[in-house]
Design a protein around this ligand. Structure first.
Ligand code: GRF
Length: 217
């Protein structure tokens, strides 16, 4: 992968492809980090939604970013994913960021971007994978939960962990208040995770994402 540097010119900027299905607050947080200079050397090359009316894709359009909609409903996973994957490749996307993308990726998609797909999940994985993670955590009675940014592999919410942020579950919490506080942490975590990946200073060793022993690739 290209390596980011604080003085990257346009040509050497690392290209992000954002995939979303809904609200898009994580996408907006990433975009704001880039705008504010907290995330240097990257640009959003394209925002893709699998849901035509997703508020996130509407927001991307209003920001003037390149957008595409590939409706997934009623299509075979492999066929839909092949279209999305080809589109990302055509736009020379280096790193795919799933930001509330409510769809499992086919093994072919995952293989097309080895260790180049990030996902964010609203729990401290491996606890509470799958849907309604905040409610799962609350109902289980954990005192600490949080969010995880991880590489995507072929299993649900499973790949090597890049960044986690933890927070306390309060006695007064319900699933809504907990989800709101986790979301604030998500917005910080995703920027941290992208910065870590594009720095070129880390590598996947087994399940661990750790600093390289011998400098960047
Ligand atoms: C977030 O809670 C994320 O962790 C989960 O889906 C939600 C998406 O929220 N994967 P948003 O669309 O980014 O606002």
């Amino acid at each position: 992968m290209k390596r980011m540097s604080p003085h990257s010119d346009d040509a050497s900027r690392l290209k992000l492809g954002i995939l979303l299905s809904g609200r898009g607050s994580n996408f907006l947080a990433i975009a704001e980090s880039i705008r504010a200079g907290r995330l240097k050397g990257v640009e959003i090359a394209v925002v893709i939604s699998n849901v035509a009316e997703a508020p996130g894709i509407q927001a991307a359009r209003e920001m003037g970013l390149p957008t595409a909609v590939f409706v997934s409903k009623g299509r075979k996973r492999e066929e839909h994913d092949a279209d999305v994957s080809a589109y990302l490749k055509a736009h020379e996307v280096d790193l795919v960021c799933l930001a509330g993308y409510m769809r499992l990726l086919s093994p072919q998609f995952v293989a097309a971007f080895p260790h180049r797909i990030l996902n964010i999940h609203p729990s401290l994985l491996p606890a509470f994978p799958g849907l309604d993670a905040q409610e799962q955590a609350l109902n289980y009675g954990v005192k600490v939960t949080g969010c995880t940014v991880h590489f995507v592999d072929e299993e649900l919410d499973h790949g090597a962990i890049v960044v986690q942020r933890a927070l306390a579950v309060l006695e007064a919490d319900d699933a809504h208040s907990l989800a709101e506080r986790i979301l604030k942490e998500e917005h910080i975590a995703y920027t941290e995770a992208i910065a870590r990946v594009v720095s070129g200073e880390y590598e996947v060793r087994g399940r661990r994402y750790v600093k390289r022993a011998s400098g960047p690739e």
